[in-house]
Design a protein around this ligand. Structure first.
Ligand code: PAF
Length: 291
């Protein structure tokens, strides 16, 4: 595996390796990242992974300084996963002095994480655009767990006509359902046990909503019950929402292409989760019963 830390070394690696599939990361790699690398291998392209803890996407009171960093373990994981290239720029390569350009994002970036973490998606979009410019991948792989991030990056790639295909990879979960995340390691053992209530709540909510007869009032009541259940288990709930999967605007009834998004804090750890509410499936079942 080639390890590049400068633009010159990266350019030389790109010449050697040819077209690339990119897995952008902030390190602290876990099995979810390895599944992104595995998905990238399916493209048949050489796989590059970037590791850069991006200061621009952290707010002033967030965990940039204490975000987990373990370069040796991350490089070993990327090597074992068969990456051809690891791109590890430092902050002066990513944000050279005199840097005066950022990407402003609206649309799918505005609500939810965008409201809870102002300027977060501006930081994500800016660094991802830079990564695309540096690595020039044909395809880039993002985890479904950060659903809003995927929509923001996809919209940016479309709006700026960036020549890259964005690929979404399903969330990997612990046996109790908790979505894998680098921040899970900060959960105290008792919080870790309770954390599984978040995916369980979304799953139950999805089962309630994935029913063709759900009306607006029943949807609102089901969302409220999910809030209450989480609060009763000690979560500080930011949002549990039913949204259009692409625009991320809230919707009042489930329909094809709807999605649940949730963010809630347990102690100091903010957990995100998301699940699709697949009404096409329900409609297909109903029409096959009718015909
Ligand atoms: O999802 C992440 O790890 C980060 O937001 C990303 C896409 C690597 C940009 O810093």
């Amino acid at each position: 595996m080639i390890i590049a830390r400068t633009i010159e070394a990266l350019d030389a690696a790109r010449t050697t390796l040819g077209p690339l599939a990119l897995v952008p990361t902030m390190g602290a790699l876990h099995a979810g990242h390895v599944s992104l690398v595995a998905a990238a291998h399916e493209s048949g392209l050489a796989v590059a992974a970037s590791i850069f803890v991006n200061p621009l996407q952290f707010g002033p009171n967030e965990d940039f300084a204490r975000y987990p960093r373990d370069e040796a373990a991350d490089l070993a994981a990327l090597r074992a996963a068969g990456c051809a290239l690891a791109w590890l720029p430092d902050a002066s390569v990513m944000y050279p002095s005199g840097d005066a350009t950022v990407i402003e994002v609206a649309g799918p970036a505005q609500r939810w994480e965008g409201a809870a973490r102002p300027s977060h998606f501006r930081g994500v979009a800016t660094v991802v655009a830079k990564l695309f410019g540096q690595i020039r991948p044909e395809r880039a792989y993002f985890g479904e767990k950060d659903w809003q991030q995927v929509q923001v990056v996809s919209r940016m790639a479309r709006d700026l006509a960036l020549p890259v295909t964005i690929v979404t990879v399903p969330t990997m979960r612990e046996p109790d359902g908790l979505a894998l995340s680098s921040r899970n390691r900060y959960l105290a053992p008792e919080e870790r046990r309770r954390a599984a209530i978040l995916p369980a709540t979304l799953q139950d909510l999805r089962a309630e909503l994935q029913n063709d007869a759900v009306a607006e009032s029943a949807t609102a009541a089901a969302l409220e019950r999910a809030h209450t259940r989480l609060r009763d288990h000690g979560f500080a709930v930011d949002y549990v929402a039913l949204v259009d999967a692409v625009s991320l605007e809230p919707i009042t009834c489930p329909r094809a292409g709807s999605r649940l998004l949730a963010a809630a804090r347990l102690g100091a750890v903010r957990l995100l989760d998301t699940m699709s509410v697949d009404m096409t499936m329900v409609r297909e079942e109903i029409s096959s019963e009718v015909h």
